[in-house]
Design a protein around this ligand. Structure first.
Ligand code: PFF
Length: 452
């Protein structure tokens, strides 16, 4: 724990602000870029179904468990465990989360950088009169280039650092409250356009008509990993944000609103992408390039496409930014509270450290593409390792901690705001965090990795 008490810890100002900030963290590239591509690679509808089950049965309880830990302890991801379990090894869970934050931001900032390149291209009419093939090859040329993607990544890390540096509260809380509804409106408009393309039905079938023969343990693990990644759980982001939530906030309601918002946006992203994928004859298992090839294609064909393309990439960048800020905040809160650094120094150190690792992820699409392990590039390893390994592991320990160590009395006290609220379903929650969630996650994890 910090040697000295911090000057009044920052707090979110309003309930709406809490939801906007936490949803800002949850809704990001994970919904709009990662969800469609992972669903595409894993068979579509069957994957979606398993994903939804995980969000409900595991994602929501883990999110609530994290918020509970953070608000109870009022500290960063590592300090929270140290404070609530002094002298016990539980702090290692926090440490793993901070490691996960490093890995996630390293590869996330690669894609976040791409959104800036695409914004600039959209502004400069870069998609006009290009065929699907041309869009695909220009995307491939861009991502393999040695310099441009790195520069955009560093620009994005700079923006992230800048916001964290100035204090999250005013910047994030205020901006997310305006931007999240705009993002929602845009995705709805885009989905409608995509649905009205000739051949759209194929995409809807792919997304909503499950073919259960497609399900393997690997698919199930990917769905779990995607749920954890998309909800920002398993690494202490929501412990950190939870520590900024006021004592009168209804945490179960907040967790429910955030999970629902995140899930709705992911499904809408699927409705936006897959009909267009099928309409333009693209392979849904195309991989992480999916949105960067398909969306420009839609923009090219839609009335007012220029306007929407610019707006869309601005919003995609912002959705990414409100997520990257939350990941960096995990590291910065840790550096400043546990290592007694000023916020300024912590931010610079965190951003520079992550950027150095991140450059390797970016270059693994070009100059470093032959550096492979388990058939995955550096980027692929970071992506797979964080979502499918670190986050599920983190999630297991977080629920075990809340269920077995913190215990019902503390949990009830925190979730009812010291008896102010009714303790409805508390027993159900305890059974989930003690038994169901850890066993389910462990089973999926072991089978998915082929260890069982
Ligand atoms: N949830 C974010 C997204 O879906 O884009 C990514 C993310 C943010 C993952 C924060 C993990 C995290 F802790």
């Amino acid at each position: 724990m910090a040697k000295f008490d911090l000057p009044a810890r920052e707090k979110f100002g309003s309930k709406l602000g809490v939801v906007a900030a936490a949803a800002g963290s949850a809704v990001g590239l994970g919904n709009i870029w990662r969800f469609p591509y992972v669903a595409g690679e894993n068979g579509g509808a069957a994957f979606l179904l398993i994903y939804l089950a995980f969000v409900l049965a595991i994602g929501f309880p883990v999110m609530l468990a994290e918020l509970t830990i953070g608000r109870r302890a009022q500290l960063n991801a590592l300090g929270s465990f140290k404070k609530l379990a002094p002298g016990k090894p539980w702090f290692l869970v926090g440490l793993m989360g901070i490691g996960a934050a490093f890995v996630i931001l390293a590869f996330y900032s690669t894609i976040a950088g791409w959104t800036l390149e695409y914004l600039v291209q959209a502004i400069g009419h870069g998609f006009s009169n290009k065929s699907t093939e041309e869009l695909k090859s220009s995307f491939e040329a861009f991502q393999a280039a040695p310099l441009r993607p790195v520069i955009w990544q560093l620009v994005f890390m700079f923006l992230t650092g800048f916001i964290v540096f100035s204090g999250v509260k005013k910047g994030i809380e205020k901006s997310t409250k305006i931007l999240m509804p705009v993002l929602l409106a845009l995705i709805i408009i885009m989905s409608i356009r995509s649905l009205t393309l000739p051949g759209a039905m194929g995409g809807l079938k792919f997304l909503f008509k499950p073919d259960f023969s497609k399900i393997t343990w690997e698919v199930v693990l990917s769905a779990l990993g995607q749920a954890a990644f998309s909800l920002s759980i398993g690494m202490g982001t929501l412990i950190t944000y939870g520590s900024y939530i006021q004592k009168d906030n209804n945490l179960p309601v907040t967790a429910l609103q955030v999970s629902a918002a995140d899930t709705i946006i992911a499904v809408l992203a699927g409705i936006m992408i897959f009909p267009a994928v099928f309409a333009f004859g693209i392979d849904p298992a195309e991989g992480f390039g999916l949105v960067f090839i398909v969306l420009p294609n839609i923009f090219e064909q839609m009335a007012g496409g220029y306007f929407f393309s610019v707006l869309f990439f601005i919003l995609l960048g912002i959705a990414a930014l409100t997520s990257t800020v939350s990941v960096l905040e995990v590291v910065v809160a840790y550096f400043s509270e546990e290592l007694n650094m000023s916020r300024k120094k912590a931010t610079i150190l965190g951003s520079v450290g992550i950027s150095i690792v991140g450059v390797f992820a970016t270059l693994s699409f070009g100059p470093l593409k032959d550096v492979v392990l388990f058939k995955k590039t550096i980027f692929g390893i970071f992506d797979y390792m964080s979502a499918n390994i670190l986050l599920p592991l983190g999630a297991i320990f977080i629920v075990l901690f809340v269920g077995w160590y913190l215990g019902k009395k503390n949990v009830q006290d925190e979730l009812t705001n010291q008896g102010e609220l009714k303790a409805r379903l508390i027993n159900v929650f305890m059974v989930i965090v003690k038994f169901i969630a850890p066993v389910a996650i462990a089973a999926v994890f072991l089978y998915g990795l082929g260890l069982f």
